[in-house]
Design a protein around this ligand. Structure first.
Ligand code: TXA
Ligand code: MG
Length: 328
């Protein structure tokens, strides 16, 4: 770990200043946000952004979120900040909400995956906020994992996936939310949810029923298999997970459990959670740990599709390979 710890820094003011200098010079800096760690580069520097795509192994048509220090900076990358966007920014910025708006022509095509729209977000995390303020740049930052891997919620996850490919990792500890931001198309008069996340439909003033989810096709990232550990993921009904895992263990499989319940004999307790908020915080770490333990299968107990539970179940189902629909 000596070589990777060399660029892992506690986010004190001198590390923040160095990170800002790296960004200005075309470098890659991984930093914590309230949702997951991001892999940042100057959004206006096409060569720096190309390094993000190379490090992640990310398809070129999957656009990046541009992170801003303040809602007032939206006009730096968005050509038109709609009335809806203004009101959402007023209510949710800083916070785990990403808005898709018409892009300024100055935003490089590589940042937007070739689209004429740009996604913006003002993260609510002291380290991200300090970095963005100091750098005074729009910072393109996808989750700091290899493409197709669970998103990183600790600096160790970032190092495991990307270690030598990142110039600096700011270690801000575990991310408090644990699942990614909600992505909303804010170009029209009403919000359209492109990716479920930690801001809920209810908080957005929408019905909990995603009747308009065919709009998911508009978010390129939802086309790809995501959040996939190397072991099989099985979703169990609430109250049924422990018994399901016990049957698998009896059949001779190396099985782990993520549930609101004790693990039966012969089953590895991966995450014992109390509610959806706690599962959100610990899901990605649990999936990575299950992999490290060499488990063949993990059983995840379903949480109710309310609040952050919707986003959590979206990610669990993707990890289970259930939501790999090709929307093209
Ligand atoms: O919480 C988060 O959103 C984290 C932290 C680091 O901010 N970032 C994140 O980025 O999850 P990423 O790249 O892993 O996911 C961004 C999602 C993808 O599904 C992408 O397709 C979508 O946002 N997206 C980005 N720009 C878009 C655009 N112009 N139109 C539609 N969808 C867009
Ligand atoms: Mg991602």
């Amino acid at each position: 770990m000596a070589s990777s710890s060399a660029h892992l820094r506690h986010p004190d003011p001198s590390a923040i200043a160095d990170a800002a200098t790296l960004l200005a010079g075309g470098g890659l800096v991984a930093f914590p946000t309230e949702t997951v760690y991001g892999l940042g580069a100057n959004a206006s520097d096409a060569a720096a952004v190309a390094r993000i795509f190379a490090a992640k192994g990310r398809p070129a048509d999957n656009p990046l979120i541009v992170h801003l220090a303040a809602a007032d900076d939206a006009g730096r990358v968005a050509a038109h900040v709609t009335t809806l966007a203004r009101s959402l920014l007023e209510r949710f910025a800083p916070g785990p909400l990403t808005l898709v708006l018409e892009a300024r022509s100055s935003v490089p095509q590589i940042t937007t995956g070739g689209l004429r729209t740009v996604a913006i977000r003002v993260p609510d995390h002291p380290v991200a906020a300090a970095l963005l303020e100091r750098a005074d740049l729009p910072v393109a930052a996808p989750s700091a994992n290899r493409s197709g891997r669970p998103s990183p919620t600790t600096a160790a996850h970032v190092l495991a996936d990307l270690g030598p490919l990142v110039d600096l990792v700011l270690d801000g500890g575990a991310c408090p939310v644990g699942v990614e931001s909600t992505v909303v198309d804010a170009r029209g008069p009403r919000p359209v949810v492109l990716r479920e996340g930690s801001v809920t439909r209810e908080e957005l003033g929408m019905s909990a029923d995603p009747a308009d989810d065919r709009a998911l096709a508009a978010s390129p990232g939802t086309r790809y298999r995501h959040y996939a550990p190397s072991c099989e993921v099985v979703v169990a009904a609430s109250g049924d997970a422990a018994a399901t895992s016990a049957r698998m263990a009896e059949a001779g499989r190396r099985v782990g459990l993520l549930a609101d319940d004790d693990a039966p004999d012969g089953v590895v307790e991966v995450v014992r959670f109390g509610d959806a908020v706690e599962l959100a915080q610990r899901l990605y770490d649990g999936l990575r740990r299950a992999e490290e333990l060499g488990l063949e299968v993990v059983v995840v107990e379903q949480v109710p599709p309310e609040g952050v539970g919707r986003a959590v179940m979206d990610r669990v189902r993707r990890a289970a390979g259930e939501l790999v629909a090709d929307h093209r």
